[in-house]
Design a protein around this ligand. Sequence first.
Ligand code: CTP
Length: 204
Amino acid sequence: MKILVTAGPTREKIDPVRFLSNASSGKMGYAIASCAAQRGHEVVLISGPVALPAPEKVRRIDVGSAAEMYDAVAAEFPLCDILIMAAAVADYRVAEPFPEKLKKMPGEFVLTLERTTDILSEMGKRKRPGQRLVGFAAESCDLLRYAQEKLAKKNLDWIAANCLADGFGTDSNRIILISRDGKKAELGPAPKAEIARQMLDAIL
Ligand code: CTP
């Protein structure tokens, strides 16, 4: 199968040297990409800026912003059987990034943000019969309710729900994998490589 995986954070430019981002390490997405490639699948990994080497036998496409990740996913999605969106994509970008480095000024500084495109929702609309979509939901409260809402709203086949305290930026994770027909499987707590194996067992 051809499996498309996204991983890591995105960076939304404020000026030439500053950006908005988040603390995603990329480890969960890289573990999934690596495990799928070891099993002989054709894997494309679309990665935000992270400090990890490309897993063996994986074609990695490096991107910076949410818009760049969208373009890369949109180009690869028609060719893939499964898209697993493990990336922590920014929901907002700076409406008008500054072309020159900002100088500090007295008083408050207000930055106007605008929404980015929701990549997963878009691919949910374009999904062909036979294609599968897997999303992640990192929540700090009401985990199952929010995850199930995202699964339905974005037209997903599975959602991997995790509490922020369990997996963001760390080496291990604990996930509740929820399928479209409402089945739930608890994975972990375990190292991300093990979670990746269990996720792929369930999905494939
Ligand atoms: N996602 C995406 N494109 C975005 C934002 C998120 O594809 N612009 C994907 C993520 O990769 C993840 C899932 O959507 O698989 C997360 O869902 P989302 O509703 O964006 O969760 P949060 O970012 O936590 O946002 P919310 O404030 O709605 O909880």
